[in-house]
Design a protein around this ligand. Sequence first.
Ligand code: SF4
Length: 146
Amino acid sequence: MDRVKECKGKPFLTDTNTLYRGMRQEAVSHLTNAYDHGFAYSVIDAPILIADGLRGNSAVTVRIDKPLFKTVSIARDIHMADVLIGVTHFTGHELSGFGGALKNLGMGCASREGKLSEHSNISPQVKKKTCNACRRCLTAVLTMPS
Ligand code: SF4
């Protein structure tokens, strides 16, 4: 915070609401949770903004023209910021094995709609041109833990 202020910036901490139910599913609980964990203005010397608003629907559609997504839904206040500094910690993640800066920024900057799109596209898909009908994928799906 001090360094950003030295550079004439106006720092704030930010996060987005989660897709799943919990203490970060909407902004009021999210902010209360942050304060309960010590992220009060008097401690961090900056405000906290929940970047996708009260219920996670304050968003901007951004065109990226990539193979999986042509557009993404980004939290409006992150999109409006001049600079984003990632303060990432390493976590376990059930789909990717671990989560670091790329996962945290890629998913964390998305609005609720954006997170929903990211999660809806993770099912295995059959490539018809190369599938030889060995059926091993059926066994794998049937033995996946629920
Ligand atoms: S595992 Fe076998 S059946 Fe399943 S998609 Fe691959 S090649 Fe096709």
